[in-house]
Design a protein around this ligand. Structure first.
Ligand code: PEP
Length: 331
């Protein structure tokens, strides 16, 4: 599979991948005399480009879930469906949100990255009022159609009204804890996009599915449900998040992630179009942190990250955003 993955990868080496190889020049002949003769430099100006299979911009999202600080998060919610028994969730507070926002406002973020954060619904408004406009706001979910008599739901119209630009749909916690199925998620995506709310479309296999060799089947089934509902992909980012890696501290290796990203991109190429395959960002999520982001970012088909736990620490989230520098090559 690894070799299949790398041969697929090369098909998507797009514009951003082109890094001029240093061509043999006569410059070495003038070594030592160049300054005396004041010859024009043989070198072309140096500019940094980002080595990515597609043509989009690096993208990093922070999913704050139902927790507002890092410690709460890791006391988390995974006992029923993940690997380890854990303790009771303590929800965050306005104070922890204020601190996180202040840390993010103080961070220096690389320019060539789209950055979003996804606070719990009840804090979206306060975050929107206080967070730098450099970072866009996402919701963690949205209702499947126009708002109405749907007790407890939040409509796309309302999210847009309070300044959300994005929504995360198909997150594994909504699939496997709340019970949303592929078709329902696809419909949600279609409705959000119809109202110009951009979508982070999550897919990913459970541990037993990976162990049964069904990773690609599961991801492709989930992709199909999105593709059946989505007609315009320009406002979609695909997030590959293996369920076994979410919130567990068990990150996919760069090779494991790259392999699935290549396969998903190839699926999009064959089932949607080559243009959409090249322009749609495929980001990785699952225990990304400040220590492992650079190695993951170097993979050609990893176009960014969706980050849970580590997004609750402002400086660490900034490190992850800035891992785009690991992708930079000189051209
Ligand atoms: C997530 O919930 O989308 C996620 C990737 O979480 P974590 O980074 O904590 O694994």
């Amino acid at each position: 599979m690894a070799s299949a993955a790398s041969s697929l990868a090369s098909q998507f080496s797009g514009l951003r991948r082109e890094a001029a190889k240093p061509s043999f020049s006569t410059a070495h002949l003038f070594h030592g005399v160049q300054s005396q003769l004041r010859l024009p430099s043989a070198r072309r100006p140096i500019r940094s480009v980002v080595a990515m299979a597609g043509t989009g911009k690096f993208f990093v999202g922070g999913n704050w879930k139902c927790a507002c600080n890092h410690d709460d998060y890791y006391l988390g919610i995974y006992n029923d469906f993940c690997l380890k028994p854990v303790q009771i969730l303590q929800n965050g507070t306005k104070d922890s949100i204020r601190k996180l926002v202040a840390d993010l406002n103080d961070s220096k973020l690389e320019n060539d990255v789209d950055v979003i954060v996804s606070p719990p619904y009840v804090y979206i408004d306060v975050v929107k009022q206080s967070l730098t406009e450099r970072i866009e706001i996402s919701a963690q979910n949205s209702w499947v159609g126009k708002g109405g008599a749907f007790t407890g739901e939040i409509s796309v119209e309302q999210l847009k009204d309070i300044g959300c630009k994005w929504v995360i749909l198909g997150h594994s916690e909504r699939r496997h804890i709340i019970g949303e199925d592929d078709q329902f998620i696809g419909k949600k995506a279609a409705y959000a996009l119809s109202q110009n709310l951009k979508v982070i479309a999550c897919i990913g296999e459970k541990l037993e599915e990976r162990e049964a060799g069904r990773t690609f089947d599961v991801c492709f089934e989930q992709m199909k449900a999105f593709a059946d509902s989505i007609s315009n992909w320009k406002d979609v980012v695909i997030a590959y998040e293996p369920v076994w890696a979410i919130g567990t501290g068990k990150v996919a290796t760069p090779e494991q992630a790259q392999e699935v990203h290549v396969a998903v991109r190839d699926w999009v190429k064959k089932n949607v179009s080559p243009e959409v395959a090249s322009s749609t960002r495929i980001i990785y999520g699952g225990s990304v942190n400040g220590g492992n982001c650079s190695e993951l970012a170097k993979q050609e088909d990893i176009d960014g990250f969706l980050v849970g736990g580590a997004s609750l620490k402002g400086p660490e989230f900034a490190t992850i955003v800035n891992s785009v520098t690991a992708k930079k090559v000189t051209a």
